[in-house]
Design a protein around this ligand. Structure first.
Ligand code: NAP
Length: 286
């Protein structure tokens, strides 16, 4: 039980619907282990009320917030400053209250690249094949390009969205992204040139766990196969890749590392990452 006082700093999660977010248990575990008087609370924000929710942060004792679907882009209108990377991505998932101002960041892409680095894989100079071009893909594409990826192929069901993302990345960070369709021949060709494949679509997520975003014909053992879907921990794509002999990277590492980066921004302290990972894995494997 968290003992709250008038000095307790609040961190909110604003979104709709909020469902079963793992962030409250992950962040409250971290606050408690670090012995700091913070509490993380989910607030389901009804349509039309986001601006009021953001203003309320300045009235009450908020240290910051996480922003989730569907407000990651809309929130930009209501904050005082935005970090350069979040501005380029066009989405904010973390707010920090500092000197009476609300500053927006995006820690999603950083969470993924940190999880890659923890596996001993440096994105610099590597070629990536991203499946999907939604909100999470935007964070990943910009961060990978910023980290020096040699090239990023972006394949999406709706080609136009992949094309917009590739053009946005190329405009901000130089010509390093190409948009593709999800056609198998196109994917095979891009995969042969790539060292890493990342599923950023929601395909394979619980309860539709029997689906894969691509055919297993596209995989070869040299490819590092990553999935940002974290429920289940080992998606059908990762199970198939592993059976072929590919190294794999599960999505829970991105979840923990984006939360760890947000924790640093709110508290200025180093987060207890091992404990945060344990609590997330405990919840995911029930
Ligand atoms: P989003 O903005 O809604 O984008 C969804 C993407 O999936 C789009 O590219 C969409 O293609 C594609 N897609 C959906 N259903 C499809 C289907 N049946 N066939 C082909 N493509 C399909 O969602 P998001 O915020 O990027 O999140 C995507 C996934 O990442 C979710 O499962 C989310 O839980 C996960 N995620 C994980 C983390 C983490 O920390 N590990 C962080 C953020 C998100 P179209 O453009 O054609 O619609």
């Amino acid at each position: 039980m968290i003992n709250t006082t008038v000095n307790t700093k609040i961190v909110g999660l604003f979104g709709n619907p909020l469902g079963h977010s793992l962030s409250p248990i992950m962040q409250n575990t971290a606050f408690s282990l670090c012995g700091i008087e913070y509490i993380y609370i989910p607030f389901q924000v009804e349509p039309g009320y986001l601006e009021k929710a953001i203003k309320a942060m300045m009235i009450f004792n908020f240290a910051g917030a996480n922003i989730t679907i569907p407000y990651k882009t809309e929130v930009i209108k209501y904050i005082d400053e935005i970090d350069e990377m979040a501005k380029a991505i066009g989405a904010v998932n973390t707010l920090v209250v500092k000197n009476k101002k609300i500053i927006g960041y995006n820690t999603d892409g950083m969470g993924f690249t940190q999880s890659l680095k923890n596996k001993g894989f440096n994105p610099k100079g590597k070629i990536f094949l991203l499946i999907g071009a939604g909100g999470a893909a935007r964070g990943l594409a910009f961060t990978l390009a910023f980290e020096g990826a040699a090239h990023i192929f972006i394949a999406n069901r709706t080609f136009e969205k992949a094309d917009i993302l590739a053009q946005d990345v190329n405009r901000v960070l130089g010509s390093c992204a190409t948009a593709l369709s999800l056609e198998e021949a196109v994917l095979r060709d891009a995969e042969k040139k790539s060292q890493v494949l990342i599923n950023t679509t929601s395909i394979g997520m619980y309860p539709d766990t029997e689906y894969m975003p691509i055919s297993d014909e596209v995989l070869r053992p040299e490819l590092l196969v990553c999935d940002i879907v974290y429920n289940p921990v080992k998606t059908k794509l990762l199970q198939t890749a592993e059976s072929i002999g590919c190294p794999i990277l599960e999505g829970y590492g991105m979840l923990v590392n984006q939360g760890a980066e947000a924790f640093r921004l709110w508290t200025g302290k180093e987060p207890p990452i091992d404990a945060m990972t344990r609590v997330v894995l405990d919840k995911l494997t029930i």
